[in-house]
Design a protein around this ligand. Structure first.
Ligand code: NAP
Length: 283
């Protein structure tokens, strides 16, 4: 019996070790682009409440390791090779990237997303959850028009990024928030489709919707807008994913000035010029 004791210990160790491996195999690994950003920080906090592995991506991952216990990995969305390595074993991507510094939306949102999708395909990623923006579905409200005018047609590039994801063949969820302000979880969240609403939502609420989309089948292959709505119960949105339609995303934003923004002022101007000239010829 004494001789058998080491054998039993070894057997017990391997049984325990194997069961640990099985558990970690089943735990999803979530890769977060934009993890260092203002929404990304909330996404990480949301994920920490769930039973998942987290890989946080940043271009300055080396400076972040000492800050917290997170697995920070270098990834630059403009460099596809860095993504192919960074995404190894990742099951779900959440992207909350956005241009910072000198980069623009075309480089970060559009070309960056092309690279993410390409690397995701190579790594058999199961779902891409993408933070876009109200306006990417062709909305013609004044704030979208101003953004397009002064931020390099940003909605065009977000719209094309969305389309790249929708056509990737990978299961996706595209969340389009309104203006990012406010305090987390103080109001209800309204879901809508077709890019016809305008409103505000705190970054923490957007993060909650992005993370919940991992767990809701009704979030798969959907594109939708999110804004705060004080008439709704704070957590009611968690049951709203099933009511969203597939293939409903409005239209692909062009970033051009909508016709009504220049046609009516031009007609008024022409009318004024005509009246002035008529007056002058009469005199
Ligand atoms: N402001 C609004 O009202 C509003 C409304 C709707 C939607 N949005 C959109 O929401 C998104 C998130 O906004 P936010 O304010 O939370 O973002 P943010 O704080 O500006 O953070 C941007 C993140 O993008 C990452 N990033 C930038 N270039 C990158 C690159 N080349 N490779 C990898 N990562 C890169 C940065 O990571 P590192 O620097 O660590 O690499 C950073 O974590 C943006 O796309 C924004 O346009 C904004």
């Amino acid at each position: 019996m004494k001789r058998l004791t080491p054998f039993f210990f070894t057997l017990a160790f391997f049984t325990l070790f194997q069961s640990t491996i099985v558990v970690s195999d089943e735990t999803q690994l979530i890769g977060v682009f934009g993890a260092s950003g203002r929404t990304g920080t909330h996404i990480i906090e949301e994920l920490k409440k769930r039973d998942v592995g987290i890989r946080a991506f940043s271009r300055s991952a080396d400076q972040k390791d000492s800050l917290d216990a997170l697995d920070w990995v270098y990834a630059d969305v403009t460099d596809e090779e860095s993504l192919s390595i960074a995404l190894r074993d990742v099951d779900v991507i959440i992207s909350a990237i956005g241009p910072v510094g000198g980069d623009n939306s075309e480089i970060v949102d559009y070309l960056g997303t092309i690279n993410i999708v390409s690397a995701a395909k190579k790594n058999d990623v199961q779902q891409i959850i993408y933070m876009s923006s109200i306006g990417a579905g062709g909305a013609e409200n004044i704030s979208t028009v101003i953004l397009n005018l002064f931020a390099n047609k940003t909605m065009k590039w977000k719209a094309l990024a969305e389309d790249e994801i929708r056509n990737s063949g990978i299961s996706f969820t595209i969340v389009r928030p309104g203006g990012l302000v406010g305090e987390t979880a103080t109001q209800g969240i309204q879901f809508s489709q077709g890019d016809n609403v305008l409103g505000w939502i705190p970054r923490g609420d957007v993060a909650a919707v992005l993370v919940e989309s991992i767990y809701k089948d009704g979030a798969k292959n959907k594109t939708f807008e999110v804004i705060n709505d004080e008439s709704l119960a704070v957590n009611a949105w968690r049951d709203e994913f099933d009511s969203l339609e597939l293939n409903e995303y409005g239209k692909i934003a062009t970033g051009e000035l909508p016709i009504r923004y220049w046609l009516i002022p031009s007609m008024i101007l022409l009318g004024v010029i005509y009246l002035i000239r008529r007056r002058r010829t009469r005199n």
